[in-house]
Design a protein around this ligand. Structure first.
Ligand code: PLP
Length: 395
């Protein structure tokens, strides 16, 4: 027998496993994507073109909503979405401290006053009990961030909103088609922001975002706000911006959208496999974030906590995985309220203990549609090896 049959090729065992891999999906759709781009190019309607109108309707309906308004990014979707809902200067908006900074930036750009709230340490989602305590007579809205692909409880949100007359504006940038308690992300609040940043569950070939809403008036106002504040050409009724989702990007997203349900199902398969394989490592301080929405979790990220029970520092484990060419991430290493840019908001270390602890503990493992079972096993095997033999790794 030739020796090459006995020894597996090295590149199979040690090929890199990135945190996310976009090329797999694009390779499988390459002919359709190229055809869609060609068509868009030859039609020439690059701004506010036909493919955008198609995608706005298709995506809004997929979210269980009515209207979609495509904008330049998820951040702009938050800023303009809040403005279109009538939120601005003088209004307090509740949002989690445990989120990507873009949520906070969106609120600040709308002119409203952000009021940060701590998170639940099991799910990493906004703590609605803490949110209730932060309500003042000026609180107008709450932004639940459906973090990592898991929705904040719609029932509890609607209760809170009903009791205190709060507007719900969802940050669903990580939760395309996520579900919980019979609701779909984007269908709970007055409006919701989505991002099509390339690595999101539904990603463009560049930046993009959308606001979805069931309210015709909010959609109307957004169409003006994103287009220089002009409801009709050359007639400007308010201070608007230039922030549209490109027709080219919408053409790409139209091709990808029908695949999103099975991509999300694949993410769920990978997450469930991680859950199963990591169970024996809970005692060693490797603890997956809680899934309280079963198959409705869209698993934008698969996040574990490296707790005090782990014999390894998170950074050491990350380095051990890196040496085996396994990519990881930290979402997020520095909470919003401790970022130098936002020091002026007056928050301090110690204000949000759960968020701060998570920022020290969380680790995102590779997850992307098409990831193989052998790759999942390799990731867990590498974690197992590292935490079981911490002293052999001392560096
Ligand atoms: C990605 C993201 C955003 C911002 O979206 P961009 O398209 O990058 O501007 C906002 N909020 C959350 C939670 C995100 O993950």
């Amino acid at each position: 027998m030739p020796i090459s049959v006995l020894i597996p090729p090295v590149h199979v065992a040690s090929s890199p496993i990135p945190l996310t891999d976009l090329t797999l999906l694009h390779r499988s759709l390459q002919p359709q994507l190229e055809a869609a781009l060609q068509t868009a190019m030859m039609q020439g309607d690059f701004v506010l073109g036909g493919a955008l109108l198609d995608f706005e309707i298709a995506f809004a309906h997929a979210c269980g909503s009515e209207y979609g308004v495509g904008v330049g990014s998820g951040t702009d979707a938050i800023t303009l979405g809040l403005r279109a809902c009538g939120i601005g200067a003088g209004d307090e908006v509740l949002l989690p401290a445990n989120t990507f900074v873009a949520t906070l930036i969106g609120v600040l750009q709308s002119g409203a006053t952000p009021v940060l709230v701590d998170c639940d340490s099991e799910t990493a989602l906004i703590d609605l009990v803490a949110a209730e305590k932060a309500i003042t007579p000026r609180t107008r809205a709450i932004i639940p961030v459906h973090l990592y692909g898991q929705m904040v409880s719609p029932r509890q949100l609607l209760d809170l909103s009903g009791t205190y007359d709060l507007l719900i504006f969802e940050d669903a940038a990580q939760a395309h088609l996520a579900e919980r308690e019979g609701y779909r992300a984007g269908s709970v609040g007055m409006a919701a922001a989505f991002s099509f940043y390339p690595s999101k569950n539904l990603g463009a070939l560049g930046d993009g975002g959308m606001v979805v809403t069931k309210e015709a008036q909010i959609a109307e106002r957004l169409r003006s706000l994103r287009n220089y504040g002009a409801p009709h050409k050359n007639y400007h009724t308010e201070f608007g911006v230039n922030s549209r989702l490109d027709t080219l990007q919408a053409a790409v997203l139209n091709i990808k959208l029908p695949h999103l349900p099975h991509w999300n199902r694949d993410r769920l398969r990978i997450a469930q496999r991680y859950d199963e394989l990591l169970a024996p490592l809970h005692l060693a301080g490797v603890l997956p974030m809680a899934n309280v929405s079963s198959s409705g979790h869209a698993y934008h990220l698969y996040v574990v906590r490296i707790t005090e029970d782990c014999p390894l520092e998170r950074a050491t484990l990350q380095a051990a995985l890196e040496s085996r060419r396994i990519g990881t991430g930290i979402h997020y290493p520095v909470p919003c309220h401790l970022q130098p840019a936002f020091r002026y908001l007056g928050y301090h270390l110690g204000d949000f203990p759960h968020t701060e602890r998570l920022s020290q503990q969380v680790l995102s493992l590779p997850i992307y549609p098409g990831m193989t079972d052998a790759q999942i096993q390799r990731v867990v095997g590498a974690i197992d090896t590292a935490v079981s033999a911490p002293f052999s790794l001392s560096r």
